[in-house]
Design a protein around this ligand. Structure first.
Ligand SMILES: [Zn+2]
Length: 421
């Protein structure tokens, strides 16, 4: 295991998930290539407990993969291993292997916090009640007394939960440094910029050294497909959130490199120009968290690699069709599949590899064969691949050249370049 102690993300960082742990080098190649093109993007290998359970891996496996990948490529900049969306139920298994912790406190939103702590937060923020003029925003941020009270009631218990979790990890890690992300994205109700201000003030008051914050933005962030919503509205919101982050750093003493984190961030081509404009104009950073997009490229690469690989992905699709409800259940909140638009396994059985890859692969250019419903079903279909065990992993290894190139290209050309270069 590495003995390096990394203590900061670069301005730009990308979270990368790798269901089966075979694409670490191909993923690292994307950031290495970006460096030669002029930008250092910190790679963060993330895996949630949900993924570990479905695939049968351990946090230490991700650590081994990340260390091996950076060693193979001679990556000398920082990199991290993210315990993604953890809570008290599962954090202990991640403490040694991870040096980045995404504290998911969405479940605590709306819980009752002790009245005296709510009152203290409201009092602390009362100087800002009214119209708060933030640099670079055309319209002042409206923080009315009622909004402030409502936000304190909604989010303070969640912040207190994050603080407890942070202290628990800090105690267990001792002298080993780690990055803290706080995520509230897996909820239905978006947080407004004013909510974010209250959340950040509360995190600062609780002395949580948060480095990335993942709010729930307006619009739909479904897995592996494009943003659904109004990109102009997203841009205004993202810009206001970035202004709030900068304000919170100045006023509340949060870490100076605190930045926004965009979850389910892969494939959101409709809003990448907005994120790019805001981060350039404000000279601020962003963390883009992706995960399933790498597995989907692995599958597309397999489909293109020859008969054996194609047979595997067709089997995954057939399984996912048969066990639709079972496969979709853990992801119900973050996928949207129109079943009527799914081709039958019999139809798919006749496809050539190229046809399958065209239906599955999501690119910037509109492709008539692309089917976002099939893509989302394949997104959750990795459970079938996991059940194949060594048969699946051997097929990927046999097709390594094609698959790895597809994985690198996807991260570099469709994500890193449009956002960071
Ligand atoms: Zn998330």
């Amino acid at each position: 295991m590495t003995t390096k102690k990394h203590t900061a993300l670069a301005r730009y960082s990308i979270g990368m998930g790798d269901r089966f742990g075979l694409q670490g080098v191909a993923q690292a190649r994307a950031v290495q290539q970006a460096e030669t093109e002029g930008v250092v993007v910190t790679p963060v290998w993330n895996k949630s407990n949900r993924e570990h359970q479905l695939v049968g891996t351990q946090p230490a496996d991700v650590r081994r993969e990340a260390d091996a990948a950076v060693q193979t490529l001679g990556w000398t900049h920082p990199y991290f291993v993210d315990a993604d969306h953890i809570g008290f139920k599962n954090v202990d298994g991640f403490v040694d292997a991870s040096d980045f912790f995404t504290l998911d406190v969405a479940d605590a939103i709306g819980r009752t916090a002790p009245a005296e702590t709510v009152n203290a937060l409201v009092k602390h923020l009362s100087p800002y009640i009214g119209a708060l003029q933030l640099p670079g925003l055309d319209e002042p941020l409206k923080l009315e007394a009622a909004t402030l009270h409502a936000a304190a009631h909604s989010y303070l218990a969640a912040v207190q939960e994050a603080a407890r979790l942070y202290r628990h990890i800090a105690k267990a890690r001792g002298a080993r440094p780690f990055m803290v992300e706080v995520s509230m994205d897996e909820v239905n109700q978006p947080q407004s910029p004013a909510d974010l201000l209250v959340i950040l003030a509360a995190l600062a008051a609780e002395k949580v050294p948060v480095r990335t914050i993942a709010p729930r933005f307006t619009g739909a962030f479904h897995k592996g497909v494009d943003y659904v919503g109004d990109p102009a509205r997203f841009e205004r919101e993202f810009d206001a959130d970035a202004a709030v982050v900068a304000f919170a750093v100045r006023k509340f003493g949060l870490p100076p490199d605190l930045k926004l984190s965009v979850h389910s961030g892969s494939d959101k081509y409709a809003i990448y120009p907005a994120i790019r404009r805001v981060t350039r104009r404000r000279e601020c950073g962003v963390h883009l968290k992706t995960a399933g997009t790498t597995w989907l490229e692995e599958a597309a690469g397999l489909a293109e690699s020859g008969d054996a690989g194609l047979a595997i992905v067709k089997e995954v699709y057939a399984q996912a069709m048969t066990r639709f409800d079972e496969f979709c259940a853990p992801y119900a909140a973050v996928i949207s599949i129109d079943r009527a638009q799914l081709p039958s396994p019999e139809t798919v059985a006749h496809w050539e590899g190229r046809r399958f890859a065209l239906a599955l692969r999501h690119t910037h250019t509109a492709c008539p064969e692309f089917n976002p419903n099939l893509r989302q079903l394949m997104h959750v279909g990795y459970k079938a691949a996991a059940e194949m065990g060594a048969r699946y992993r051997d097929a990927v290894t046999a097709a390594e050249t094609i698959v790895g190139a597809a994985v690198t290209r996807n991260l570099l050309e469709r994500h890193i370049r449009p956002l960071f270069l």
